[in-house]
Design a protein around this ligand. Structure first.
Ligand code: ZN
Length: 293
């Protein structure tokens, strides 16, 4: 996709734009991740999921992936003179480990000299130098997540599978199992690539120590990297019991409801499906809302 004179083959061009916004940077890193996926698909001779980090590691000069007790850390990338080693938290669920490893592979894409040049030129709009440093670090982490999503759930392959299953809160868990990722990244991916426009929302008990209601943690819609027109934001981001969301939180059945969303200068009522996942302290609710239904 061409954006401001940047094309997908711009890795080979000598022109470095003066500045790059986050959307352009995301396109670049996702494009590079896609090349890696294509390389793997060609090598395997098929594009059947799952796409596992170990398969990409070989292509990216990563010597091995080691499981280790890393405490709170998900994974680390170690750089040696003859290649990289990824250490991943053995205490996390294997699906979460897959995403953590793919995120670290994302960091190795940054270090490729051709991509590095562009990434150095991302614009960070902040008012103090310390803030700029932090904004830069946060942006890098987000870009690595975008790369990880493309590596584990390649857009075209994921779209094919999600279309076959239909955009529904029941498909979230099935897609997560097919692509061997956690429920949350699978839900985000549905919102990003679904043929039918769809929003994914995550609700968590709040306040943490003595929950009184469910609070919106995030809402992802199509075109998430380009905020602005057509962006849906829930009107209410805190829900007190009793509610259909609490029903979804309390038992494992999915529930249907309607929710008000702000979009441009209007408020729209969208149909929504919700389901609870995880257990005890890590229990949460995922909702999918459908602007076109
Ligand atoms: Zn990182």
């Amino acid at each position: 996709m061409a954006t401001n004179g940047l094309t997908s083959d711009s890795f080979t061009s000598q022109v470095v734009p003066l500045s790059l916004n986050l959307e352009q940077a995301t396109n670049l890193i996702v494009e590079r991740a896609r090349q890696l996926v294509n390389q793997l698909v060609e090598q395997r001779g098929h594009d059947k999921p799952p796409f596992l980090p170990g398969e990409f590691a070989r292509l990216q000069g990563i010597k091995r992936i080691e499981k280790a007790d890393l405490g709170e850390t998900s994974a680390v990338l170690l750089r040696f003179h003859d290649g990289y080693v990824i250490k991943v938290n053995q205490n996390h669920h294997p699906f979460r480990q897959n995403f953590s490893c793919a995120h670290e592979i994302g960091h190795t894409l940054f270090s490729e000299p051709k991509l590095e040049r562009y990434i150095q030129n991302i614009e960070y709009r902040t008012f103090n130098p310390q803030g700029e440093k932090e904004a830069r670090a946060t942006a890098r982490e987000r870009l690595c997540d975008a790369a990880a999503a493309e590596l584990l759930m390649p857009e075209s392959v994921f779209r094919k599978h999600s279309s076959a299953l239909g955009a529904s809160v029941h498909s979230v868990e099935r897609l997560a199992n097919i692509f061997r990722v956690s429920v949350q990244p699978a839900a985000i991916r549905i919102a990003e690539v679904s043929v039918e426009p769809c929003l994914a929302l995550l609700w968590q008990p709040w306040p943490r120590n003595k929950p009184k209601g469910l609070r919106l943690a995030w809402c992802i819609g199509p075109g998430r990297h380009s905020r602005g027109k057509g962006c849906y934001i829930p009107l209410h981001t805190y829900v007190r019991p009793p509610s259909t969301l609490h029903k979804a939180y309390q038992d494992d059945r999915s529930v249907k409801s309607f929710k008000l969303f702000k979009v441009d200068n209007a408020v729209k009522r969208l149909p929504m499906e919700s389901k609870g996942f995880g257990r005890d302290k890590t229990r949460y609710v995922i909702s999918l809302a459908f602007p076109d239904r």
